[in-house]
Design a protein around this ligand. Structure first.
Ligand SMILES: Cc1cc2nc3c(=O)[nH]c(=O)nc-3n(C[C@H](O)[C@H](O)[C@H](O)COP(=O)(O)O)c2cc1C
Ligand SMILES: CCCCCCC(=O)C(=O)O
Length: 373
């Protein structure tokens, strides 16, 4: 199947998906928490940074490849974990895996997938896949999920640390958002699915409260230290927004950090992730790779994140929009658009490799740079 014609950018996919989706999944996917200040700011803040291109630097070839830990990837754009992908398309997570493979993109599977982690990994084969972990009050259940991810062949555990409870997503509360009754929390076959799906009581927010109530809100650094020791997989933390937390995470044994505010879905009024990236990169001093997500919608955004020190970036909603519009073809197309835009930006800026973006001092500056001229 060919990619839909006329869709040239992620914004085109956003408009198309938003028009197609029923109101509950649309608001769940697109929305943020409270006044959605952080949701908007994540995207807007990229405009505060300017690209200062070099000229006459041989733009005839360009490589997007990166390496970190003992891995190498053909490009630095990865697929963030997002829950309930079968609301976007009947093939859900499996279509996303196929799109990840076709576009050679690293993918993270969500704990709250509507497809089991074993089915996801089977579809992925040898393609690199990480597993995102939410920790439940039922610690035995959490441990069994980690063991299953190890056994299935995932290559890292991504521990989400910005969600002791769910943020207040007002649109979902107003809609009485629930997982449609034909879909399941596939990784939790033994939990009372009926409670996790449509609740007969229809009490406002019953579903969100139930899910939120399953997540362990008492986690501390001790849990992270224990996790890094008890799993055979490298642990990466997702949701770090402060330099001292990044340093503590490295001390706790993590092998990577994802600077993230959960796409503006958790605490509201937090800063845009792109503003926080540099201080975290500086604090970590190259001891572990640092990724960033939140509001990344085009190749210039990705270029800016790389120039500010990111090893790579993750995208969440853009993939859901691609999945909604055209299943695996849409996911592939969204990722190809981002890759093409990144390469285009690199060649116009005089950078023939990702390394050369990072090495070029001041190629990306905050707009306040010009105030001193
Ligand atoms: C609909 C939706 C579901 C999400 N589900 C999860 C999840 O299950 N686990 C998780 O760690 N993050 C989850 N996230 C957060 C994303 O992993 C990521 O941090 C965020 O989407 C990045 O922002 P962006 O959507 O602007 O690219 C979700 C985000 C969205 C939009
Ligand atoms: C309504 C249940 C939400 C589960 C959490 C998934 C997630 O991380 C999100 O941002 O949504």
């Amino acid at each position: 199947m060919a990619a839909p014609s006329g869709l040239l950018t992620v914004s085109d996919y956003e408009r198309a998906a938003t028009a197609l989706l029923p109101v509950h999944p649309r608001d769940y996917y697109n929305g943020g928490s409270e006044d959605e200040v952080t949701l908007r700011e994540n995207k807007r803040a990229f405009e505060d940074y300017t690209i200062r291109p070099f000229c006459l630097r041989d733009a005839s070839s360009c490589s997007l490849s990166i390496s970190f830990l003992s891995s190498s990837l053909s490009h630095p754009i990865a697929i963030a974990p997002t829950a309930f992908q079968k609301m976007a398309h009947p093939h859900g997570e499996l279509a996303t895996v196929r799109g990840a493979k076709a576009s050679k993109s690293l993918m993270v599977a969500s704990s709250f997938a509507t497809t089991t982690l074993e089915e996801i990994k089977r579809e992925a084969g040898s393609h690199p896949m990480w597993f995102q972990l939410y920790v439940y009050k039922d610690r035995a259940l959490s441990q069994s999920i980690v063991r299953r991810a190890e056994a299935a062949g995932f290559s890292a555990i991504v521990l989400t640390v910005d969600t002791p409870m769910l943020g207040r997503r007002l649109a979902d509360i107003r809609n009485g958002f629930q997982l449609p009754s034909h879909l399941k929390f596939a990784n939790f076959a033994n939990l009372p699915q009926a409670k996790m799906q449509a609740t007969a009581s229809n009490e406002a927010n019953a579903f969100m409260n139930y899910v939120s109530g399953q997540i362990d809100d008492s986690l501390t650094w001790g849990f992270l230290r224990d996790l890094t020791k008890s799993t055979s997989l490298p642990v990466i933390v997702k949701g770090v927004m402060r330099a001292e937390d990044a340093v503590e995470a490295v001390r706790s044994g993590v092998k990577g950090i994802i600077v993230s505010n959960h796409g503006g879905r958790q605490i509201d009024s937090g800063p845009a992730t792109i503003h926080i990236l540099r201080e975290i990169v500086e604090a970590v001093q190259g001891r572990v790779p640092v990724w960033v997500d939140g509001g990344i919608r085009n190749g210039r955004d990705i270029f800016k994140a790389l120039a500010l020190g990111a090893t790579g970036v993750f995208v969440g909603r853009p993939v859901l929009w691609g999945l909604t519009v055209a299943g695996e073809v849409g996911v592939t197309h969204v990722m190809e658009i981002l890759k093409r835009e990144l390469e285009h930006t690199m060649r116009l800026a005089g950078c023939s490799s990702i390394e050369s973006i990072r090495a070029a001092k001041d190629i990306v500056v905050h707009k306040s740079f010009f105030a001193r001229l």
